[in-house]
Design a protein around this ligand. Sequence first.
Ligand SMILES: *Cc1c(COP(=O)(O)O)cnc(C)c1O
Length: 460
Amino acid sequence: MEYRTIIEPFRIHSVQAIDLPDMTTREAALDRAGYNLFGLHADEVIIDLLTDSGTGAMSSEQWAGMMRGDESYAGSRSFFRFEGVVKDITGLEEVIPTHQGRAAEKILFSVAVKDGDVVPNNTHFDTTRANVEFQGAEARDLVIPEGTDPAAILPFKGNMDIGRLRSTIKEVGVDRIPLVMVTVTNNSGGGQPVSMQNLRDVRAVCDEYELPFYLDACRFAENAWFIKLREDGYADRTPREIAKEMFSLVDGATMSAKKDGLANIGGFLATNDESIAMNARNLLILTEGFPTYGGLAGYDLEAVAVGLEEVLDENYLRYRIRSTAYLAETVAGAGVPIVQPPGGHAVYLDAAALLPHIPSHEYPAQALAVELYRAGGVRGVEIGTVMFGKPDPDGGPDSPAPMELVRLAIPRRTYTQSHIDYVGEVVIDVAARAESLRGLTMTQQPPWLRHFTARFAEMG
Ligand SMILES: *Cc1c(COP(=O)(O)O)cnc(C)c1O
């Protein structure tokens, strides 16, 4: 008998208590935080789905690795272990550790990108975009058109639009394109995967114009699993073989080990370009640390080395992708509108569809996120007009974001199925009384990245 239930492929060895504060405490917390969930204390939250970045549980093997950490300043054993694992999975020659993903982006773009350049990507993650723009260059998103339609169901909605890549190269000229980047999975586009065929097609265009091709590899293992499930010819290949093939198509990669490194901190830049590596190491010494630790402790390098091996385990990936789909099916099955199909690391609730009576300048997704916290102590994050809308210089309504979403990101190996059932119950309860939800007004906002610190008041 083959049983249907896909279980968490681990047992719990060490636990941290969580607790639901009472309603008075939750109301007081919302009031203090100005209805901005970034202002909550984590202890005021029972299930925290704010992000999947660095919030996962490490394995006993990773903790054991931390005890083996070699803290030598130069040439530590832990560095060579880390380098060996990264080289084996990526096949890339030069491996530079960094304290997280954005540090790898910063050193790569500082040495490769200059004022007036254009960097194509399927969709830039926000730190990637900011680091490209910081160099005076343009970050251009070239995802296929279906990639921004919440309802379009496609196996590889994260793919780059090859036609638009070609027309961008023709329009701006090869000299102004320092590199082409593809993000796997496409985080800002709903965690949607990119097919191997699409990576091959991007490679072919890069070969034709002699352009370097880099992966933003943060969720490379989740992407490999989607290729195994959905792309012809990969069903019998291991996630490791698929990941190796993905990396074989590129000249380099940036990585946040807080995602598919299964670690709480860490990252790297890997490349086959010796001159980029040399310049990046010189900058690394200035900003991160000596090239054999790059802003990390020796024990962090060990945790990442073990995590990169564990993340490619089939049992882990089957459970990971299935548990995200399970939450999506629970809420969509009850009629709650979500971005389809669910991506690898998160479920995105479509607040524009759920709350048509709240206009975008009254922040429907923020109102939904606030109500999920008030009702059940669950924290998600608004990805809508608070995050991407622009204030009107004349004091009129904000310009709207393209979508009004609440992202429920699932930390790795952290919550059990009953935690997820609870989240489903809270979402379904709030959705059932959607008509009673009211919008918000923004009472205070900073000039940049306002979603982190803006304050709101609830409308009557
Ligand atoms: C998280 C993330 C980054 C940045 O990594 P940090 O470790 O948070 O600095 C870059 N790209 C993508 C796709 C990410 O998800």
